[in-house]
Design a protein around this ligand. Structure first.
Ligand SMILES: [Zn+2]
Length: 460
């Protein structure tokens, strides 16, 4: 039996790991490579394995770097099942459709620009997404199912995003292998905390923040209230660039709690992102993923956690444009999360030059993005190719990360039976994070830690 990673090895995108049991080839995740366009496109196009030989796919969650290459499997001969929790199926469907749409738009744009030296063809289209959605088999948390005559699989809540799961495979003779996918954190709003998995013989563990610590989750709601109140006192608006899935819903959920507790004043709140609105619909129907707090504060009283007075979901461009005419205090949540495209650009353009307003950063901003320039408080930034003075206040909340930091990973892995755990394989991290986490895991008594190299089979 061996394990091979085809993505997410010594990098943080494109997660895909194949366990070859001798009778089945089980793929955990099938993520899209992201980052520099030409490089990512090359990696996404290359299939380094025979897709028709993959028996089935088991998905940890619906983020694009974990499910975004699934539609390509079908194009390359895959005919098996895709196992996922019900919420992951729905989020993955939304993400894959959005990816198909963006690819199609990019291809048209590049064709128009006559960049024929680098013809860009979409990796897949909507029909490929529809095909793969029909392969899905949804299974809830804690419900063991057989994915092969001899392999039993169970999902445990990973506490990362709605529907996210740790995967535990049970093989003949009681051998157990755990896959963390992305590991979440205790205390995140809406979803439950990461659930303890049974003791395993091998663990494939992520290491995105293997060398970093986050601010405590509990600070988020207080700092959010403070930022809104300070800005409203100046008569300004709060602009929040947010990722459409999970972050936008977390912000809405926190605002709803603050509003009910009268910790923020009555004012218009806009969610101006069609993708985030669609994602919120998915959140609304998957109450099986909610934690006790949501039940206590909302469901028991039949209140929609994602709907309240003065919260407006804009549905078309005209409504979005009308937000510009609003005078006085308001909160505008919009995507994209890194301010690279979408409606957020219009809101930044209209509000960035007034010192009454605040731009609230609640997510990771990659290098060379407008979001990073704002987070770095550059004096001048470019929006739609024109220069704008950054006069608005910039507030960064580091409490919103959905990934465990190294202390959280160590305490999770450390709670497993160390005598039974033969080896931890590390994936999904840059080199510094991987090296640092390996040393830390050895430091807490883990017997063996292996950093996985791409396309290299490891015997189990
Ligand atoms: Zn993720």
């Amino acid at each position: 039996m061996n394990l091979t990673s085809y993505g997410g090895a010594r990098e943080v995108t494109g997660s895909s790991h194949v366990l070859d049991t001798g009778t089945a080839r089980i793929m955990m995740d099938c993520g899209l490579f992201q980052g520099h366009r030409i490089e990512a496109e090359k990696k996404n196009k290359e299939m380094d394995y025979d897709a028709s030989a993959v028996s089935c796919v088991v998905l940890t969650h619906g983020h694009c770097d974990h499910c975004g290459r699934l539609p390509m499997l079908g194009k390359n001969g895959f005919t098996g099942n895709v196992y996922a929790t019900p919420a992951t199926r729905d989020i993955a469907g939304l993400i894959m459709s959005d990816t198909a749409y963006i690819q199609q738009k990019d291809a048209l744009w590049l064709k128009k620009k006559r960049k024929s030296d680098h013809p860009f063809r979409p990796l897949f289209d909507q029909s490929d997404v529809t095909w793969v959605l029909n392969q899905f088999v949804s299974v809830g948390y804690g419900r063991p199912f057989f994915i092969d005559n001899s392999v039993r699989c169970t999902f445990y809540d990973a506490g990362h995003i709605l529907g996210s799961a740790f995967i535990v495979l049970e093989l003949p003779e009681g051998l157990k292998i755990g896959f963390t996918g992305d590991m979440g954190r205790a205390g995140l709003p809406i979803i439950r905390d990461p659930q303890k998995i049974p003791d395993v013989d091998y663990l494939v563990c992520e290491s995105t923040y293997g060398n970093r610590l986050h601010d405590p989750v509990e600070c988020a709601i207080g700092e959010l209230a403070q930022t809104i109140n300070d800005t409203f006192d100046r008569g300004g608006k709060v602009i929040i660039p947010a990722f459409a899935v999970e972050r936008a819903q977390e912000v809405i959920y926190h605002l709803h709690r603050l509003y009910l507790d009268q910790k923020i004043p009555k004012a218009d709140i806009f969610l101006d992102s069609p993708m985030a609105t669609n994602a919120t619909t998915i959140f609304r129907i998957h109450q099986e993923c909610y934690d006790e707090t949501v039940r206590e504060h909302f469901l028991d009283d039949n209140i929609n956690p994602f709907g309240f007075d003065d919260l407006h979901y804009t549905t078309n461009v005209e409504e979005s444009k009308r937000i510009n005419d609003i005078q006085g205090p308001a909160v505008i949540i919009s995507s994209s999360g890194m301010c690279e495209a979408g409606r957020i650009l219009h809101h930044l353009k209209n509000n960035i030059e007034s010192d009454k307003n605040t731009i609230l950063i609640v997510g990771y901003m990659a290098a060379n993005t407008l979001g990073r320039s704002i987070a770095d408080r550059k004096e001048e930034v470019r929006i739609f190719g024109l220069p704008y003075k950054l006069r608005a206040k910039v507030k960064i909340l580091n409490t919103f990360s959905a990934h465990a930091d190294y202390n959280e990973i160590l305490s999770y892995v450390g709670a497993l039976d160390k005598n039974r755990l033969r080896k931890v394989f590390l994936t999904h991290g840059e080199d510094d994070a991987l090296d640092s986490l390996r040393d830390k895991l050895l430091g807490i008594g883990i017997k063996e830690v292996q950093i996985i190299d791409p396309k290299t089979p490891y015997e189990l």
